[in-house]
Design a protein around this ligand. Structure first.
Ligand SMILES: [Zn+2]
Length: 234
C-alpha cells in the first residue's frame, strides 16, 4: 500500500508501459523499428529536413493506432487520485497519446509532446489540436507563414518540454511514483535521483527499471492491476 497523508504532495511519472497496456505500440527507445527504419531515422530534426513526408507517414500511422486505444484501469486510477489530491498531485508523462486526458486527468504535463497536436516549424504560433493524417498523396501541410506543419513531438536530439515546471513540481513533492518507465530515457530517468533522500520513491511496473537502485519501494506488476488498489489516502 502507498499511504498518502494529508500533507503529502505526489509526483507521478508515467512511461510507455502504461500506454502499452492499452495496446499502443512502443516505438521510442533503442531498437525501435518501423518498416525497417530505426526510430531515430523518422523521429529527429534531421529526418524532418531530409524527408518530412516519411516523418508524417510515421506519425499518421501513430495517430491512427492511438485513436483506436482506450485508457486502462491504471489511467483511471491516476485520474481518481488527482481528483482527491487536487493541487497536491502532479502528473508528468513520457507518453504522447491522450489516454490520461481520456481517463479524466486534467493537468497532464507531456514532456515529450502530444501526438494529437501540431505546430509550425518556422513561426512561433502555438501548438494546435490536430487529429488529421498526412500520408501520400497528401502533401506536407503548410502554415500561413510558409513554414511546414510538423508533429508537436520532442524528437531525438530536441529538448523536452516544460522542464522548469517539472523541476518545481519535483522539488515540492514528498512522494515520487514512477509507473511503467524503463529508467533509460533522460532526463526523466534522473527525476528520481533529484527527489531521493527527501521524498519517498516508488516504482510500479512489470519490469525492473534501469535505475532500480534509486527506489525505496517497488511494486512489480501491471499498472492496470496495481494502481486501482494501491493508494490509501488520509
Ligand atoms: Zn508558421
Amino acid at each position: 500500500m502507498i499511504h498518502i497523508s494529508a500533507t503529502d504532495r505526489v509526483f507521478v511519472l508515467t512511461g510507455a508501459g502504461v500506454s502499452a497496456e492499452s495496446g499502443i505500440p512502443t516505438f521510442r527507445g533503442a531498437g525501435g523499428l518501423w518498416r525497417n527504419y530505426r526510430i531515430e531515422e523518422v523521429a529527429s530534426p534531421y529526418a524532418w529536413q531530409r524527408d518530412p513526408r516519411l516523418v508524417w507517414e510515421f506519425y499518421s500511422m501513430r495517430r491512427r493506432a492511438a485513436s483506436a486505444a482506450r485508457p486502462n484501469p491504471g489511467h483511471h486510477a491516476l485520474a481518481k487520485l488527482e481528483e482527491s489530491l487536487q493541487d497536491r498531485f502532479s502528473l508528468c508523462t513520457q507518453n504522447v497519446d491522450d489516454l490520461h486526458e481520456q481517463a479524466g486527468s486534467r493537468r497532464v504535463v507531456h514532456m515529450h509532446g502530444e501526438l494529437f497536436k501540431s505546430r509550425c516549424d518556422r513561426c512561433r504560433r502555438a501548438p494546435f489540436d490536430d487529429t488529421e493524417t498526412y500520408e501520400p498523396p497528401r502533401d506536407v501541410p503548410r502554415c500561413h507563414c510558409g513554414g511546414h506543419i510538423r508533429p508537436h513531438i520532442c524528437w531525438f536530439g530536441e529538448v523536452p518540454y516544460d522542464l522548469d515546471k517539472i523541476a518545481d513540481a519535483l522539488d515540492q513533492s514528498t512522494v515520487f511514483i514512477a509507473v511503467g518507465t524503463s529508467g533509460l530515457v533522460e532526463p526523466a530517468a534522473s527525476f528520481v535521483a533529484r527527489v531521493r533522500g527527501r521524498a519517498r520513491t516508488i516504482y510500479v511496473g512489470p519490469e525492473e527499471p534501469a535505475n532500480n537502485f534509486a527506489f525505496s519501494d517497488c511494486y512489480w506488476g501491471k499498472a492496470g492491476e496495481l494502481l486501482p488498489q494501491i493508494f490509501r489516502c488520509d
